[in-house]
Design a protein around this ligand. Structure first.
Ligand SMILES: [Zn+2]
Length: 224
């Protein structure tokens, strides 16, 4: 090819790159991770790590509901151990929740979990996708399906759940793509619980192990 034709090729490439500005903010690669709340001020509710069997949920008045399911997320609560008249800890509500890595919100629902819920899609170097899920929260304004978020972005606060008897907490999950498009997130899949481990349920990963393996400082009692 002549010198002159090479120049034309380079000019063409230059014009194409200048003439096609990206109209949508690109989803940055998730190459670094953090804990979904401030790790130093939080812990995992005992009995509510990944894969732990939950038999019963006790209410304020001593009555209980039978769960008999495996908890597939981690429940993050404050280190402040002051309790209310029922012996329950309501100090976690209002605490900030952060995106654990760069990503794009692929699911946002308000009000019926109870509390709001969010799922963020994270594409890691190499192209593999992971999903972080956040439940029992109050979503910050401006955060909705399609929003591009960056690691550490303040996306929500922990909600105060008045119509349930459990303590205020962030229900947090990490999932892979195994059943990413079959989520029925926090609804048809049993609100973060499953009846058996493995098989269809294998899209849930141990969030403590996943983040810990990536060098993230974890809340206390986060079992890897
Ligand atoms: Zn939970």
């Amino acid at each position: 090819m002549s010198k002159r034709r090479w120049w034309s090729v380079w000019l063409l490439v230059l014009f194409i790159s200048l003439g096609s500005p990206q109209k949508v903010a690109a989803q940055a690669v998730a190459d670094s991770w953090r804990f979904p709340m401030t790790a130093a001020s939080t812990r995992i509710e005992p009995g509510f790590n990944y894969g732990q069997w939950v038999g019963k949920n006790y209410n304020c008045d001593g009555s209980f509901s039978t769960i008999n399911l495996y908890h597939m997320g981690i429940d993050v609560i404050t280190n402040n151990t002051t309790t209310n008249s029922c012996g329950m800890n309501d100090n976690t509500s209002g605490m900030p929740v952060y995106a654990v890595a760069n990503g794009k919100v692929t699911f946002a629902r308000w009000g019926d979990y109870p509390g709001d819920s969010l799922v963020i899609e994270h594409t890691v170097p190499g192209g593999t996708k992971y999903y972080s899920a956040y439940g029992h929260i109050a979503i910050n304004s401006g955060i909705k399906s399609g929003t591009i978020v960056s690691k550490g972005q303040y996306i929500a606060t922990v909600a105060h759940i008045t119509d349930r008897k459990w303590e205020d907490h962030l229900h947090f999950e990490i999932r892979d793509v195994t059943n990413a498009f079959n989520f029925g997130f926090l609804n048809t899949m049993g609100k973060g619980y499953v009846s058996s481990l493995g098989g269809f349920n294998s899209s849930w990963l141990n969030a403590c192990k996943f983040l810990g393996d990536r060098g993230v400082a974890l809340a206390s009692n986060c079992i890897r």
